[in-house]
Design a protein around this ligand. Structure first.
Ligand code: ZN
Ligand code: ZN
Length: 768
């Protein structure tokens, strides 16, 4: 073989397509046979993207972390399932189809296929045979089954109530879809509240259970960001509660201010409080309340200074007998859920703001505490503006310890045509009647071409007009579809079921028990809402029986949330012209460079501010290691052996082994914790050490064959440790060493004892 053939240059495109073809041929992508009875496999669940048609850098970050972890666990000898599916229903696809005037179904398929090609090009080791689309009939029939099951359990109800509504998208939104500041997650326009019949998912029965499990999750590999989202969404407030005598019976009031309950000067009711109607004094107040419920108060007005407040004009005797005016405001929901809360301006800033808005009706805080000038001067003096001395104390006798959760039921239906049809028929005589399970799926017409106006499903008589399942009389199908948030409640399940069995056993397949709960969820930092509700539904299906084997009712043993990828310190957007296109990068520098760059540039908990420095670093490292390795393979062939000389360098070889042992240990540790930025740093450090070893020896002249053997052994160790991150280049280096073939590669995570130290070890070929 010529010298040039032994020293191929680093042509990423060619190397990568060769390796990818080999992986397909070897069946590397296929999920392994399920682990033996009683053994658990490692299921790595990555995000399920919308079928937008293009991977963005956020996806690349997500899947590169997940794939590196999956490859690492495989190298560690675990059975690993890396499943993937598209969250294919929903507005983005529908709007793209509207723009192009084509049916949504075809558009979704086209986009999905394009994204799958991109993912394969990046070397992600998903089991591509298990890929699913939430918009497939076989898939959404189970969303319908889940709907009926939860409906039967009393966890889904129809209510004519207040929902978040986006005028632009003409649709209701789930709480999670309303951004901080009250804008639509999709179009970022202002959202308002309206009244409309809608389907709700009742999560309140499992809030306590989600809360109780937090301590367990903290002891599991859940990262701080993921845990923080769960705590935030739950919104637990601890305090006390007791009863006041209302007009139609006792009214339970809550406050987080245990020691100041006796200082309450008013009561604030949630508009969703079950007894709110008891407090309506007259038609004018009722009108005002209706307006508050339906009139679309500005979402941005969550602040206590601008949130709507309706004065009922009535009062309730307080703990000390004094009358406490009763007011109604959604501020209560935003803080404590649909409850009744005490207003205590003396200790609570939000309450102080409310009191200031009703100066005649509600007493403010006496004395200097509210005095503007005093507050100002206190601030100037660098002191708290809460006034001097200990906080006022006035506990109420007989008050019970209590807690409230801010998390609440949310709307799961929307007036859109690209979604899972809701399996309900509205009968004039029987009201809403569930479609019998045997009649599932309720099929969504595939040829619907939405225009963006109204509801196309309602105009299709072949869809709408049906017989009532109960009495057979003419009835109408529900024309709302399920929000894709509902489809997502079980998007972590399908990959654990062989595709051919999904139609019959989505929730009951024996193989799922080997993979669930998932060993690790890797998802964006904004996935907290999805995860929270997935945890609720897991508990519901545990109690219903299907998931009885997940005793804690938790779908994810471990959870890693990563932050997003931005550029120039700003969110990437076409408008700003700062969008980084993964395809362009991969085409120019190769998948391995992009993978290493995205892992190295920032730890998962940090926002990744994209810069070319990252790809330059990654490419230089890979290129450098590639060239170095191949040069040393060739040099080894010409190395001479002198037993005396070799014996004299034993210490150096021992040192090299120590460095490798140490480096590999650190890389393994960091990778197991998905801190791959550290793994990459330690890979580059180990590479430096290896070069240092060679440099030191070369001071004494040519390397002895034994030293050259040790050097190549170290290079091969480094290549193996590099496999999870830059799988193509790493594998090609191993093969080009001449010690392995594509079909016979070292499987396990490398072990530094393969570095020969004693002269005899090296010459007996232990270096392989
Ligand atoms: Zn919108
Ligand atoms: Zn009927």
């Amino acid at each position: 073989m010529s010298e040039n053939a032994r020293k191929p240059s680093y042509e990423a495109a060619q190397i990568e397509s060769e390796r990818q073809a080999a992986w397909v041929e070897r069946g590397d992508y296929s999920a392994p046979a399920p682990p033996a009875d009683g053994e658990r496999g490692v299921y790595v669940k990555s995000s399920s993207p919308f079928t937008s048609g293009n991977l963005h850098m956020g996806h690349v970050r997500d899947y590169t972390i997940g794939d590196a972890y999956a490859r690492f666990r495989r190298a560690r000898g675990d059975d690993v399932l890396m499943g993937f599916g598209f969250d294919a229903f929903g507005l983005p696809a529908e709007l793209a189809a509207i723009e192009r005037e084509i049916p949504v179904a075809g558009w979704v398929e086209e986009c999905g296929e394009r994204m799958l090609v991109q993912m394969q090009r990046l070397g992600y080791s998903f089991d591509y045979d298990r890929v699913f689309y939430s918009s497939d009939e076989a898939q959404y029939r189970w969303a319908q089954w889940l709907f009926l099951t939860l409906y039967e359990m009393g966890m889904i109800y129809l209510d004519d109530t207040t929902v978040d509504w986006c005028d632009t998208c003409q649709t209701t939104l789930a709480t999670i879809q309303v951004e901080e500041g009250g804008t639509c997650w999709r179009c970022h326009n202002e959202v308002r509240l309206i009244r409309r019949p809608t389907w709700f998912l009742k999560i309140t029965p499992y809030l306590e259970a989600n809360d109780a499990n937090m301590a367990k999750l903290e002891a599991q590999p859940w990262d701080e960001l993921a845990l923080a989202t769960q705590r935030y969404i739950l919104g637990r407030a601890e305090g006390v509660e007791f009863e006041l005598e209302g007009p139609a019976g006792p009214l339970t009031v809550f406050t987080p201010h245990r020691d100041a309950a006796g200082l309450a000067t008013f009561v604030l009711l949630s508009p969703r409080h079950p007894d709110v109607d008891d407090w309506i004094a007259d038609a004018a107040v009722r009108e005002e309340l209706e307006q508050l419920r339906s009139g679309g108060w500005e979402r941005s007005a969550r602040d206590a200074r601008s949130v709507p407040v309706v004065d009922t004009g009535r009062a309730v005797p307080g703990p000390g007998g004094e009358g406490l005016p009763v007011l109604v405001s959604p501020l209560v929901d935003a803080r404590f859920g649909p409850t009744a809360a005490l207003g205590i301006p003396a200790v609570d800033e939000a309450d102080r703001d409310i009191a200031a808005r009703f100066p005649g009706r509600l007493p403010g805080v006496d004395g200097p505490k509210t005095g503007l000038s005093d507050g100002f001067s206190a601030h100037r003096r660098g002191e708290a503006d809460e006034g001097e001395g200990a906080p006022p104390s006035a506990p109420v006798e007989g008050a019970r310890e209590a807690k409230r959760y801010r998390a609440n039921d949310f709307s799961i239906s929307r007036q859109r045509s690209w979604g899972t049809p809701i399996p309900i028929v509205h009968c004039p005589d029987h009201g809403p009647v569930p479609v019998p399970a045997a009649d599932l799926p309720v099929v969504l017409p595939r040829d619907i071409k939405p225009t963006g106006e109204g509801n196309p499903l309602a105009e299709r008589s072949d869809f709408v007009d049906v017989a009532c399942p109960q009495c057979g009389k003419p009835a109408k199908r529900e024309t709302d579809t399920l929000d894709c948030h509902f489809d997502a409640l079980f998007l972590w399940v399908p990959a654990t079921v062989p595709p051919e069995d999904r139609a019959a056993q989505m929730f009951t397949h024996p193989e799922s028990r080997k993979w669930l709960p998932a060993e690790r969820l890797v998802a964006g930092g904004d996935s907290g809402g999805f995860v929270f509700d997935q945890r609720i539904v897991t508990k519901a299906l545990r109690d219903h029986g299907e998931f009885a084997y997940m005793e804690e009712g938790e779908p994810f043993e471990g959870c890693l949330f990563h932050e997003m990828v931005i550029a120039d310190g700003r969110k990437m957007s076409k408008h700003l012209g700062n969008v980084v296109d993964p395809d362009e990068l991969v085409g120019r520098l190769g998948a391995d460079t992009v993978r290493v760059a995205v892992l190295w540039a920032a730890g998962p908990a940090k926002t990744l501010n994209w810069s070319d420095a990252a790809v330059r670093f990654a490419n230089k490292f890979l290129r450098g290691f590639w060239t170095y390795a191949h040069d040393r393979f060739v040099e080894l062939d010409g190395a001479k052996h002198d037993p005396e000389k070799a014996a004299a360098t034993e210490k150096q070889r021992e040192k090299l082994r120590g460095w490798c042992e140490n480096g590999l240990g650190r890389i393994a540790e960091d990778t197991a914790e998905l801190q791959m930025h550290k793994s990459i740093r330690n890979l580059t450090r180990l590479f430096e050490r290896i070069q240092q070893y060679e440099k030191q020896l070369k001071k004494r002249g040519q390397l002895d064959r034994v030293d050259a053997e040790a050097l190549v052994a170290a290079i091969l160790l480094l290549a193996r440790a590099l496999q999870p991150f830059a799988p193509h280049a790493a594998e090609a280096i191993l093969i080009n060493s001449g010690r392995f073939t594509s079909d016979d590669l070292p499987g396990a995570w490398p072990d530094a004892t393969t570095i020969p130290v004693a002269v005899d070890d090296a010459l007996s070929g232990a270096a392989s």
